[in-house]
Design a protein around this ligand. Structure first.
Ligand code: MG
Length: 298
């Protein structure tokens, strides 16, 4: 694969095109945030690196001196420590990896706790600052490699799925909800307040639809319920959607409690408050902390 093609595919698949770059220049460490990175610049500051054993081609952040000077002229700022110091701290705190150490410093600077994770670049950003996602790259960092891109391209369905209870509908905030559900009373499903700004949410959903995504609901029925109660609950849920979220859903699935959601929906993107549901999902799954923020990226 050619450099240009690799950059293009990476750019399309990446969760965000905002970057926080770090690099050494004349021994000092500099950093810069770039929003909505364009493909040309991304190509200019990356290079291809072929692994001599696996022959896999990797895309790396490898600015030369001229490009570093360009980044400095665009606002890259001295961080107040040297590359040698970064290396020394990395040996102590980040298994000798300067990139991880840089990430740790930037994460802590943003008031967050750093932990080493392996979330794929298609699923989430490395760091969120003021609700803006960033990928962090320190000099020589690998963006991706050819094999990974081949596996990824085309494998993600363009569909977003939303759970209801605890995700967009505050069922658990209704007083006495569990008691009522046990008595097969569907009122709590009707009375649940929205957990999102419904207007902004609907606007966002219409935007992602315009961007080619399908949108759907995947929500469970009540636990251990009878058929007639299932019907009432499904009806209440559909009415709730109509009342609060003015969009045309491509698919609304109100399924038996405990159903594996991936088996119904495939491998798009899931928003769900339950961690087991997110873990059982094939594709990319998000919690409920920042639904509108995440939707901005679709
Ligand atoms: Mg839920």
């Amino acid at each position: 694969m050619k450099h240009t093609e690799l950059v293009k595919q990476y750019h399309e698949l990446a969760f965000t095109s905002n970057y926080l770059f770090g690099f050494p220049y004349k021994k000092e460490v500099y950093a810069i945030r770039i929003h909505n990175m364009d493909i040309e610049t991304l190509e200019a500051i990356t290079c291809l690196d072929r692994d001599s054993k696996t022959h896999t081609v990797s895309l790396r952040f490898c600015p030369n001196n001229a490009q570093k000077e360009l980044l400095i002229s665009k606002g890259a700022v001295k961080q107040g420590y040297t590359d040698d110091e970064l290396h020394a701290w990395a040996l102590k705190y980040a298994k000798g990896n300067r990139g991880s150490m840089f990430e740790k410093l930037e994460t802590e600077k943003a008031g967050q706790v750093w932990k080493k994770d392996k979330v794929p670049f298609t699923v989430d950003a490395d760091l969120w600052i003021d609700e803006v996602p960033y990928q962090l790259k320190y000099a020589k960092a690998t963006f991706t490699n050819e094999a990974t891109l081949k596996n990824l391209s085309g494998s993600l369905e363009k569909a977003l799925w939303f759970d209801m209870d605890g995700t967009i509908a505050d069922l658990y905030g209704v007083k006495g909800w569990l008691d009522m559900l046990t008595k097969e009373d569907e009122t709590p499903y009707k009375e649940a307040k929205p957990m999102v700004d419904t207007k902004a949410f609907a606007e966002m959903l219409n935007k992602v639809k315009a961007n080619g995504y399908k949108i759907g609901i995947i929500s469970w029925l009540s636990k251990g319920s009878t058929k007639s109660y299932d019907e009432k609950v499904a009806e209440a849920k559909r009415e709730w959607l109509k009342k609060y979220i003015s969009v045309e859903w491509d698919s609304v699935n109100i399924v038996a409690y405990g159903t594996n959601k991936a088996s119904v929906c495939g491998n798009g993107f899931l928003f769900d408050d339950e961690e087991p549901n997110r873990n059982n999902w094939n594709g990319n799954a998000y919690g409920v902390d920042n639904i509108l923020g995440v939707l901005k990226n679709f």
